[in-house]
Each structure stands twice: as structure tokens, then as C-alpha cells.
Design a protein around this ligand. Structure first.
Ligand SMILES: [Fe+2]
Length: 182
């Protein structure tokens, strides 16, 4: 049976592979998730890396619907029959619930349960330590870039006072897990 990460990579490539920066970011987040896989139970490593490949497919024009990429990506995966856990990890990555509440999409996002696990943390941290062009960055740098790229009125900026601390706390947890395994 083909491991989930390869199916995920192929699907992601078909949807966002044509957008150079998006694809560089996606491949780098998947590589980073693979590095951070030491922080999750062995049985969860495949799902972590698969979710990393898939986390931004909601940006693809053929997938975009509400315009909120974590939700659109999760709904697309659900339609394709991906496991509910993968759909939920994609739906909830990188503090998406806070942004969804700002957008009035929280009811729809809440169909996807929050995992609150080392896997969810590692996925978010992989995304938040990889910039929009695939380069490794710190979480504060990534947040500063986000505010600059999207502007002060963007949904992410509007919830930055809540989302920033959440992402930094996630980073602390992941780095502590990395530390105990090196
Ligand atoms: Fe991302």
C-alpha cells in the first residue's frame, strides 16, 4: 500500500504545484514536519507528514470556496475520502480556529475536532517555521512577515493578539519535545 505521505504529496502537487512559492513552502513544510516527527509517537508520523503536504491545498483555485484555506482544504479532502483525522488537522492548523471565529466560519470549522496533540503542534510548528517561499524562519519572524504581507486589516492580523501567543506556546512545546529527544 502506498504510504499516505506520497498520496498526499501527489495530491498537493496536482493542486498547488503550479504556483512556485506555494509549492516551495509546501515542500519545505513537509520536510520540516518530517524532521519534527521525532516529537510524535511513531504511529503518528505518517499522518503528520501527510497533513503537512496537504495543509495549504485550500488555496488552489479549484478547491477554494469560502476563501478560508484551512476549511476549504479540509472540505476538499473530506470529499475525496481522506481520513477524518487528516481533514481535521488541516482544518485546524496554525490557529485556524481563531481566524475562523473572526470570519464567522467557526460553526463550519467546528465540524472538524481539535486534536490538541503533539501531532497538531508539530504540524503548526512546521508551518510557522517555514516562510511563504520555503525558507526556515523563527516563529516571531514568520508572524512579522505575515503582518507585513497581509496588512493590518487582514483576518490573521485582527486576531494576532490571540494567535501570536498561541503559536509561540506551540513552539515552546515542540522545542521542548525536540530537546528531550536529542
Ligand atoms: Fe502553510
Amino acid at each position: 500500500m502506498t504510504p499516505a505521505r506520497y498520496l498526499a504529496r501527489d495530491l498537493a502537487r496536482s493542486l498547488v504545484g503550479g504556483t512556485a512559492d506555494r509549492w516551495r513552502h509546501t515542500t519545505a513544510v513537509a520536510a520540516r514536519a518530517d524532521e519534527l516527527a521525532v516529537t510524535v509517537p511513531a504511529d503518528d508520523r505518517e499522518v503528520l507528514v501527510a497533513a503537512a503536504w496537504l495543509h495549504d491545498i485550500g488555496y488552489a483555485p479549484e478547491v477554494a470556496d469560502t476563501g478560508f484555506h484551512p476549511l476549504d482544504g479540509a472540505r476538499h479532502l473530506e470529499r475525496l475520502g481522506w481520513p477524518p483525522r487528516v481533514c481535521a488537522l488541516v482544518a485546524r492548523h496554525s490557529g485556524a480556529r481563531l481566524v475562523a471565529a473572526h470570519l464567522g466560519l467557526d460553526d463550519r470549522l467546528d465540524r472538524y475536532p481539535r486534536e490538541g496533540s503533539a501531532v497538531a503542534d508539530a504540524l503548526t510548528h512546521a508551518d510557522q517555521t517555514t516562510d511563504s517561499r520555503g525558507r526556515r524562519v523563527t516563529v516571531p519572524r514568520r508572524l512579522a512577515d505575515m503582518l507585513e504581507r497581509h496588512g493590518p486589516d487582514s483576518p490573521n492580523a485582527r486576531v494576532h493578539h490571540l494567535r501570536g501567543p498561541l503559536l509561540l506556546a506551540t513552539a515552546d512545546r515542540v522545542e521542548r519535545r525536540v530537546g528531550t529527544r536529542s
